[in-house]
Design a protein around this ligand. Structure first.
Ligand code: URA
Length: 261
């Protein structure tokens, strides 16, 4: 028999009710707030993205009102991961010549990771030859790096190429239509010659030494090669050897580029 002197006994059911109610309370942050904070637009715009079924959380299409834990949940818009996990960094480096694109060089040469902060550890997205200059992304976001470099996404890369001699219209046409290399025909490219011997070339494949081999194939060896754009990312004021973090808008544009390409 219960005695009224037992103080715990009558309160236990109430406590259990509270515990049950607490479990049902929504936790985490509202999805539209998390999206808005990562640059996907106003909360209203983000609500529309959710309503249109373009946002998934851990693979499931999210409903309006959904709450998420940005540290645990995998959030994607149109299939592109939203970089909401704290600790992810995205650097844009203007790589100078003479620096190797690797995390660690076996010959002790200076590497691109030596030019950016050492913590957290980042790795280059794709590679530029030791003699190539220009824009290179470094990140610890493996998902995004994989998507950018994966051939199926075909993110555009634009190069300014100083070549030997002046390229004829026929040479430009060959670059545009595709050049036969020892690993097969290159995909159509955008090619123009803003001044004699200087080409602007946009490709979306990432084959080894591709631009140099394409130019060799049309009889105009490369004298200087500078990457000037990666998808939507460009920067004319970053000096060789300097780096900066991508802005939220740039991260978003990049995520969109890999999702739509
Ligand atoms: N194409 C090349 O030939 N070299 C690079 O570094 C990048 C693209």
């Amino acid at each position: 028999m219960t005695t009224p002197s037992d103080p715990d006994e009558p309160e236990a059911p109430l406590w259990e009710q509270w515990a049950e109610q607490r479990k049902q309370l929504p936790t985490g942050e509202r999805l539209q707030k998390v999206l808005a904070s990562t640059g996907w637009g106003s909360r209203r715009t983000c609500e529309e993205l959710i309503a249109e079924g373009r946002v998934t959380v851990n693979g499931d299409v999210a409903q309006l009102g959904r709450r998420v834990d940005p540290e645990q949940d995998r959030i994607e818009v149109d299939g592109a991961p939203v970089g909401v996990k704290p600790g992810l960094v995205y650097y844009l480096l203007n790589k100078p010549t003479g620096v190797v694109t690797t995390a660690k060089d076996t010959h002790g040469r200076r590497t691109v990771v030596d030019l950016v902060p050492s913590e957290p550890r980042v790795f280059p997205v794709g590679r530029l030859d030791v003699d190539t200059e220009g824009l290179l992304l470094l990140t610890n976001d493996g998902d995004l790096a994989h998507r950018i470099t994966h051939p199926s996404h075909g993110v555009e890369k634009e190069y300014l190429v100083h070549v030997k001699g002046r390229v004829s219209q026929g040479g430009l046409r060959r670059l545009r239509d595709g050049v036969e290399l020892d690993d097969g025909l290159t995909a159509p490219a955008a090619a123009s010659q803003p001044s004699p011997g200087v080409l602007r070339l946009t490709i979306h494949e990432g084959r080894n030494r591709q631009v140099r081999r394409m130019c060799d194939a049309i009889g105009h060896p490369v004298l200087r090669l500078v990457r000037t754009r990666i998808g939507p990312i460009t920067d004319r004021s970053l000096r060789p050897g300097d780096w900066r973090e991508l802005s939220t808008g740039e991260r978003r544009a990049l995520a969109e580029a890999v999702a739509t390409s």
